[in-house]
Design a binder for this molecule. Structure first.
Ligand code: ADP
Ligand code: MN
Ligand code: MN
Ligand code: MN
Length: 356
């Protein structure tokens, strides 16, 4: 008797140093993830020493015309929790043949912000909360919901336990462990207010690393859910009506916010974020207006607001930060489908570089 699993567990390390590198990139929608694998002859620690690669951009809605080759530039390496051993996941960004970043490559724009000396000096930390909804593959209806119907109203599900409250915990826990194995700075997981909805947190991680980690954590989630035959939805309001939407809360601090007198720096940053509210909202995720209604622990999309320990606001300052006079704040506006490269770079730009 043999099974596919037996072969999947074969070590590639027996005869030589060869390993498998899974190159990952963001597809044409700006949210879909793509990947393909290649054999490397020896282990490499520095992404810059990994070979560039390419793919057919016409198959991912990322190129038109005669030259459809898109170049993959390795940017970050993680351990591969699926193949294990010395095999790796390689997060890449994408360039056209001339060497310009393609339309969906928001990383290269973000990297410029995070390389600015003023931004580097402030050592920006990001803690990214990723909410998502698990969907039944055949019906695209949330996991655990009655077919074609609705479960009991929200209330018992947030951080809930029990067969009538928590749906898909195996997937959540498998993802959690796989992320830790990969070397992602994942901070925790919890069941959300809407049944079938869950959250994980990445960070705090410095600068662009937080976004690299979030993208690879999303990739791992898609792969774990693929094995389980379940669909992951990053829609910011997957079910209309009296059901919570899904956010991408972005927790943020700079060096001067974390030090003595930090509360004043936080106040100044919030002032600047208020002045640029519309500019930020335009980049905080597609369909976010369906989520930011002013109900279900959100602030209305049109009005900027902030508060200490409040959840119906754009920006929340935690109780601890207010008490200690330093710390961080939470931008509650980004939707679950946001591109973290766009959101984190914009927050850093507005609060550190922008002069009103
Ligand atoms: P919530 O109460 O909004 O659900 P979570 O515990 O889910 O909060 O997420 C809080 C996030 O804030 C975590 O990812 C955590 O790592 C991050 N965080 C903690 N301290 C800081 C800090 N000083 N700067 C930035 N992020 C931080
Ligand atoms: Mn949270
Ligand atoms: Mn949450
Ligand atoms: Mn939050």
């Amino acid at each position: 008797m043999s099974s596919v699993t037996d072969f999947m567990n074969l070590s590639t390390m027996h005869h030589d140093n060869k390993l498998i590198a899974e190159y990952i990139w963001i597809g044409g929608s700006g949210l879909d993830l793509r990947s393909k694998a290649r054999t490397l002859n020896e282990a490499v620690n520095d992404p810059r020493k990994l070979p560039k690669w390419n793919y057919d951009g016409s198959s991912t809605c990322q190129a038109q015309g005669k030259d459809t080759e898109v170049i993959l530039q390795p940017q970050a390496i993680f351990k591969d929790p699926f193949r294990r051993g010395n095999n790796i996941l390689v997060l890449c960004d994408a360039y056209d043949p001339i060497g310009d970043p393609i339309r969906t490559n928001k990383r290269s724009v973000a990297a410029k912000i995070f390389k600015h000396p003023d931004v580097i000096a402030e050592v920006p930390w990001f803690g990214l909360e990723q909410e998502y909804t698990l969907m039944e593959k055949s019906t695209k209806w949330p996991l655990g919901w009655p077919q074609g119907g609705y479960p009991k109203p929200q209330g018992p599900y947030y951080c809930g336990v029990g067969a009538e409250k928590a749906f898909g915990r195996d997937i959540v826990d498998a993802h959690y462990k796989a992320c830790l194995y990969a070397g992602i700075n994942i901070g925790g997981v919890n069941a959300e207010v809407m049944p079938g909805q869950w959250e994980f947190q990445v960070g705090p991680s410095v600068g662009i690393t937080a976004s690299d980690e979030l993208w690879v954590a999303r990739y791992i989630l898609e792969r774990v859910a693929e094995i389980a035959g379940v669909v992951v939805s990053f829609d910011p309001k997957p079910i209309p009506g009296d059901w919570n939407g899904a956010g991408g809360h972005t927790n943020y601090s700079t060096k001067s916010m974390r030090e003595e007198g930090g509360y004043q720096v936080i106040q100044k940053a919030i002032e600047k974020l208020k002045l640029r509210h519309d500019h930020h909202m335009a980049s905080y995720g597609e369909g976010n207006e369906r989520r930011l209604t002013g109900c279900h622990e959100t602030a209305d999309i049109k009005t900027f607001s902030w508060g200490v320990a409040k959840r119906g606001v754009s920006i929340r300052v935690g109780r601890d930060t207010a008490n200690e006079g330093k710390g961080y704040f939470e931008d509650r506006r980004p939707g679950s489908n946001m591109d973290p490269y766009v959101v984190t770079a914009l927050i850093a730009e507005t609060t550190i570089l922008w002069k009103p």
